[in-house]
Write a protein that binds this ligand. Structure first.
Ligand SMILES: *Cc1c(COP(=O)(O)O)cnc(C)c1O
Length: 480
């Protein structure tokens, strides 16, 4: 068949739809955690790249067969690892169309509809998070690159205030920049600091209080000790372990009084602002200068969905805008590459647009509230099992549990090893998937609920899986 034939894509896309549906139909019956080893996957996938091509249908049939057992079953109600959500139907479908439409979403001229959809998405997000009207934004790959985008804007503003044009001169000889942040920050802050030239050694972590938040006095003291440098204060809206929200209403004015830029990591926690029940945790959020979040965590879009939002739109544009003679620039519209670090890029606005329309504002709030309720039931349910110890009762969608080694005179190290062994054994049942973390020096099971499908029956089934592991009589194989 010629590619000019209107039916050229029919066979492969119809077959692919069927293969995707097979995956989705079986999702509750299949193990949640991947069971294949790296060696299994290499043995199947490392085919020689032949000189001649392969028929498209065969490429897809073999791909599906070869990845079998190597996919975590994330789009279910029993995946609780890594703050990863599932994918909403309209958002998945919009993501398929994004590929079929094959748009380059660099700017308006290259794809008008992609540009306008992003304008709409930006307005909706600002309203959901209750951010200042002039806030500008960029749709990027994830919170990691959202941090890079926000810190580039911060770097512009802070250095321009000191008479230094960083876009022209770079950082060689520039006034010093430092980041004051929480000991509970996510590692993506450190990587962003490396990428924008601030450097790891210029991150100064401050100790947290028992609830995981920064104390105003600690920040005030640190700001006065670092008054020789331009400062970015990086705060948490939902830290990675316990979902702690810094007290923005107290901390942001303190930072601003010292001339600092305040950036908020809200990879999942920013979405609490969408819920009337949980919104109070974000009090004062709107006072900050920049915010990072994800669509692919709590909103349940497909991956490749990060969002940078920046109140100082002039600093944002100064850090990103570029004009080349061959570019077509249209008046009166928003060109995406004026705001993000990409040039050619995926039209990632479509999947966000679809997810938000599918849920509506009330649906987003319900998703947030339901996940928090399920996280509470799951963590307290596991924590109440014999041999388990509740370490952090969720106040949002994150909680921690530790498992105590049943041997007499067991040490904390024994409990650490036992905790890792229980997590591995639960994951091996295929009934649910949990992550682990070291929190305040102790290994814990980290429980995160942010999938749209998790309901009470999933929670019961997951608790039963943990119970069955704890009731086993034989010793658990201790993970190294
Ligand atoms: C997941 C996460 C990140 C990183 O987000 P990506 O989308 O993976 O880049 C940053 N901060 C927190 C608190 C997170 O949970």
């Amino acid at each position: 068949m010629s590619p000019k034939d209107p039916a050229y894509f029919d066979t492969i896309l119809a077959r692919t739809t069927q293969l995707a549906l097979n995956h989705l139909h079986n999702r509750d019956a299949q193990p949640i955690g991947a069971q294949a080893t790296a060696a299994d996957l290499r043995a199947r996938l490392m085919k020689p790249l032949l000189a001649e091509g392969t028929a498209p249908e065969r490429v897809i049939e073999e791909l599906v067969a070869d990845v079998a057992g190597g996919l975590h079953n994330m789009n279910t109600g029993r995946f609780y690892g890594w703050v990863n959500g599932g994918v909403l139907p309209a958002s998945l479908a919009a993501d398929w169309l994004t590929s079929a439409w094959d748009q380059n979403a660099a700017n308006y001229a290259v794809s008008p509809a992609a540009a306008i959809v992003e304008e709409v998405v930006g307005d909706w997000l600002k309203a959901i998070f209750n951010l200042p009207a002039q806030t500008s934004f960029a749709l990027v790959t994830g919170t990691q690159i959202a941090h890079v985008t926000c810190l580039a804007a911060a770097r512009h503003r802070l250095l321009q205030n000191r008479g230094w044009d960083v876009e022209a001169k770079g950082l060689n000889g520039a006034p010093p920049l430092r980041i004051l942040t929480s000991s509970e920050r996510h590692g993506s802050i450190d990587r962003a600091a490396r990428l924008v030239g601030i450097g790891r050694d210029n991150i100064h972590p401050l100790p947290c209080q028992a609830d995981g938040t920064l104390a105003p006095d600690v920040l005030r003291d640190a700001l006065s000790q670092h008054s020789d440098a331009a400062i970015i204060v990086a705060l948490n809206a939902g830290d990675l372990n316990i979902g702690a929200f810094d007290d923005f209403a107290s901390l942001v004015p303190i930072a601003h009084a010292a001339g600092a830029w305040v950036h908020v990591d809200g990879a999942f926690g920013l979405w609490a602002a969408a819920s009337p029940k949980h919104r109070a945790k974000t009090r004062g959020l709107e006072l900050a200068d920049s915010w990072s979040t994800d669509g692919h965590k709590w909103l349940n879009t497909p991956y490749d969905s990060g969002i940078a939002m920046i109140a100082d739109h002039e600093a944002h544009a100064a850090a990103m805008t570029y004009r080349a003679s061959y570019m077509l620039v249209a008046d009166g519209v928003r060109d995406q590459m004026d705001w993000g670090p990409d040039w050619s890029r995926r039209a990632r606005g479509f999947a966000l647009y679809a997810a938000m329309r599918e849920l509506g504002r009330d649906g987003i709030a319900e998703l947030i509230d339901r996940c928090c309720d399920m996280a509470h039931a799951l963590v307290t349910g596991i924590g109440a099992l014999p041999g388990a110890k509740l370490i952090w009762e969720p106040t949002i969608n994150q909680g921690l549990v530790r498992f105590l080694a049943p041997t007499p005179d067991a040490t904390e190290e024994d409990h650490d090893r036992h905790t890792d062994a229980v997590i591995a054994a639960v994951n091996a049942t295929g009934e649910a998937l949990f992550g682990g973390t070291t929190w305040r020096g102790q290994r814990c099971m980290r429980v995160s609920v942010c999938g749209w499908q998790t309901d009470a029956s999933d929670v019961e089934r997951a608790i039963a899986a943990v119970r069955s592991v704890l009731l086993r009589n034989e010793p658990l194989g201790h993970a190294a």
